[in-house]
Design a protein around this ligand. Sequence first.
Ligand SMILES: Cc1cc2nc3c(=O)[nH]c(=O)nc-3n(C[C@H](O)[C@H](O)[C@H](O)COP(=O)(O)O)c2cc1C
Length: 417
Amino acid sequence: MSLGGKHIVLGVTGGIAAYKAAYVARELLARGAEVRVAMTHTATKLVGPLTFTGLTGTPPVTDLWDPSYAGEVHVDLARWADAIVVAPATANVIARLAHGLAEDPVSATALCFDGLLLVAPAMHHRMWQHPATTANVATLRARGTHLVGPVFGKLASGDEGVGRMSEPLAILDALTASLAPTAPRDLASLDLEGVRLLVSAGPTFEALDPVRFLGNRSSGRMGFALAERARDRGARVTLVRGPVALPDPRDVEVVNVRSALEMEAAITARREQLDAIVMAAAVADFRPREIAADKIKKSDGDDAPTIELVRNPDILAGLGAWRASRASERPYLVGFAVETTDLVASAQKKLERKKVDLVVANHASVAFEGDDNEAFLVARTGVTPTGHVAKTALADRILDAIRDGLATRGSLGAPKS
Ligand SMILES: Cc1cc2nc3c(=O)[nH]c(=O)nc-3n(C[C@H](O)[C@H](O)[C@H](O)COP(=O)(O)O)c2cc1C
């Protein structure tokens, strides 16, 4: 989509991903935007301001006190901007944005601006997971700031984790989607208005030591499609995501988790408030009994280590048992069953054993990486084959079943306790 005529301030801060800001600038220009760049002092150490002068034709603002600017440059930049994109956003600048500090060109301009602010965090995963950063990000989200990423991947330090900046194209897509005029609301399609829905997505990673984990091939696409379609149909959506390389959907509460235990805690903390829960995540059945404090070393002549596993909680069965113990029909519970044989029979057993309302059964050969899927919707009322469909279309079929299930129970649009 074109950004023709849009004025974008690109804020570049002092993360190792600062070099990728040049790609963001180039792509903004390619889509027709006019771009001006503001940089923190630290960013100028990591990428040369001249790179942005060359790309945009205008020198970046690197110093609020540069005598060559007449007047207050941050005020002028903010007045000029239709949107500000901070990419990469350090933990430090996120803290400044959250607390209204304004000591550098990026945060001073943002504090002067009341339009679309899109922030693409990039940092070591420990900085991202620190409670200080979590609280600052929550403050920004609550204020309407759009966040894209960070995503899971290899970090500059060599570690792996959630902290990598989203790729420039994903940042551009998030910006264009956020700037797009809101489509006229089709009331017929807002059939989940007011429904509070939680979707889990992606794999879980079960740590063996500080650098290794047991994981699986889940891409998270099915859960993300569910979250996005539910949002578009009017639901208030929470997405509990394991480590996947997908940008956060807009206007959805996103909770990043890594292990099955973290996922269970995130869901348990929210379950009372929900109308429906869809467990689309591929939660690991087992985790190592011990997580080695240091990297497990390979020494010549040693036998391969034996890793003892323990069972992870079955989150879906736990939700089914909790709901049954309250003699309640809320929340509506949906699980997935990925099988290689006897799809429907296994799903029917799972439906009863886990005391849930719907099981989406699909074959391991189509379940994971692609954009399409083929499934059976297995409920007590019957089995519906979906045929070969895009994951978004399958998401809609599942959401139709949830809507119908809630309506049958009289809880669609019912007051929430
Ligand atoms: C080589 C190097 C790379 C760094 N990368 C990051 C990073 O990716 N994310 C981050 O939050 N901080 C990173 N830091 C720390 C920040 O540069 C530091 O917190 C700085 O004060 C941020 O300044 P700024 O937010 O004003 O740009 C890095 C530091 C160094 C020395």
